[in-house]
Design a binder for this molecule. Structure first.
Ligand SMILES: Nc1nc2c(ncn2[C@@H]2O[C@H](COP(=O)(O)OP(=O)(O)OP(=O)(O)O)[C@@H](O)[C@H]2O)c(=O)[nH]1
Ligand SMILES: [Mg+2]
Length: 444
């Protein structure tokens, strides 16, 4: 793809609509646009973005149609190049006519995502932001949109770029000392500080990778996992939150054996709710499989709903630490004591407390979601690179502890730098570009 060519595309979705847009980017974008347009007043090339109204001036199009043209001067534009947009009534044959008019005057049809690709190639946006654009376009829920907007604002690339910079410094230091063989290797104090730093970085990336676990989070929704003793009413609460009967509910302890998941809406936030088996000492293989499932689900939770039938009491088991949780008193219609102020009381029978629970879930997740939630496209692309970077960091830290030479350590860190570079697009292969941009639609 030659970025000196001027590209053109219909930028609005196919089909009739109130407004249609033909977009051009490249050195000849402005002249080509203005050959199809007669502004109401004389219009010298603007120095800042400007929009003017006038009429389309295309042969064979009578009567003349009202239209508007927007001109953006390079380089502070979406693509980093001069951009022109012609806005008019969204009539497919007229848009086609206008586009072929532009093509006849030297523009070429844009490939899918090529406007955004140009933005990337000219350094206007990094790869994760390009994907965020796609994430915004494809978002089907408020939480997906949040994640994409967050990433568009640099939520992912910022921290990764900073980490990569820091590692580059360390590598440079290590390699500098290699050039002077007489000097001693990095001193022991510095080494232990470096180990700690690498471990921290690896932990941070592991947390990020956990959120990318797309096998269990196909849609990238936050996971809310119900845990508690048998008969706490978890399954009935699960059904109540979903608003339909999905899970089997029974007075028999140990009803739920597998785990169940379903999507639910909590104050406009889509979450994946997971019902699990009650926590108990296991007796048989089936039961212990159920406990394994439960433990694994609890480990992957973005939020645990720690359920206990009212009134809240001392529990004979512990719920795994390290995950945000809400304390939920269940079956409050059967209890004769009031719910403690730091617990959320619910009754799946009367519906009491369910709205409060959903609000609390949405709030807890929005609080915990400090920017590492990612659009699906980014998740799928970056997973391998993140895992490779984590491995390289851990291996680097191990090498230091084993007293390995600087060149070995530098080797691991270089690997990590390279993999992180792929995430933000500092290291780009045609394959990466192709994978990202072919998912775009034409005109974006
Ligand atoms: N009155 C009342 N009964 C409830 C409520 N929630 C659950 N129950 C009853 O409590 C019993 C156990 O409910 P489940 O939802 O199956 O309990 P569970 O926590 O999923 O139990 P396991 O799957 O065995 O771990 C059933 O008889 C439910 O009808 C409630 O809010 N009020
Ligand atoms: Mg159950």
């Amino acid at each position: 793809m030659d970025i000196l060519e001027t590209i053109a595309a219909i930028a609005t979705p196919p089909g009739p609509s109130a407004r249609g847009i033909v977009r051009l980017s490249g050195p000849r974008a402005w002249p080509i646009a203005m050959e199809t347009f007669q502004p109401d007043r004389p219009w010298p090339w603007p120095r800042f973005p400007e929009i003017r109204s006038g009429e389309l001036a295309i042969d064979g199009l009578a009567p003349r149609l009202r239209a508007m043209v927007a001109l953006w001067p390079a380089p502070r534009t979406y693509t980093g190049q001069a951009i022109a947009e012609i806005h008019l009534v969204g009539s497919p044959p007229i848009l086609d006519l206008l586009l072929s008019h532009g093509l006849a005057r030297g523009a070429r049809p844009a490939e899918p995502g090529e406007f955004t690709l140009r933005g990337f190639l000219s350094g206007r946006i990094d790869l994760t932001r390009a994907e965020a654009v796609l994430g915004v376009i494809e978002a089907t829920s408020a939480s997906q949109l949040d994640a994409a907007l967050q990433q568009l604002a640099g939520g992912l690339s910022g921290p990764i770029l900073a980490l990569r910079d820091r590692l580059l410094d360390v590598v440079a230091g290590l390699e500098a000392s290699l050039d002077f063989v007489d000097e001693p290797d990095v001193d022991p104090v510095e080494r232990s500080a470096l180990t700690a730093e690498l471990d921290r970085a690896a932990d941070h990336l592991t947390d990020l990778a956990r959120r990318l676990d797309d096998r269990n989070r196909p849609e990238g929704y936050p996971r809310v996992v119900l845990v508690g003793p048998p008969n706490a009413g978890k399954s009935r609460l699960f059904n109540a939150v979903l608003g339909r009967d999905r899970a089997i509910v029974s007075p028999m302890a140990g009803t739920t054996r597998d785990y169940l998941t379903a999507l639910a809406d909590c104050d406009g936030l889509t979450v994946e709710v997971v019902d699990t088996a009650g926590i108990e000492e296991t007796t048989g293989t089936l039961e212990s499989r159920a406990q394994e499932h439960r433990a694994r689900q609890a480990d992957r939770a973005d939020l645990l709903l720690d359920c206990w039938p009212a009134p809240w009491g001392a529990r004979p088991f512990s719920i795994p630490d390290g995950r945000p949780r809400l304390h939920v008193e269940t079956r409050i219609d059967e209890a004769d004591r009031l719910v403690a102020s730091d617990k959320i009381g619910t009754s799946s029978k009367t519906g009491e407390g369910l709205a409060d629970l959903k609000t609390a879930i949405a709030r807890a997740i929005r609080l915990g979601d400090s920017g590492a939630n990612l659009p699906i496209g980014t998740a799928a692309r970056c997973r391998g690179s993140l895992l490779a970077a984590i491995e390289a960091l851990r291996s680097g830290s191990e090498s230091i502890q084993l007293g390995a030479g600087d060149e070995l350590i530098a080797f691991d860190l270089r690997l990590a730098v390279e993999e992180l570079g792929k995430v933000v697009g500092a290291v780009v292969t045609d394959d990466i570009l192709d994978r990202i941009f072919r998912r775009f639609c034409i005109g974006k």
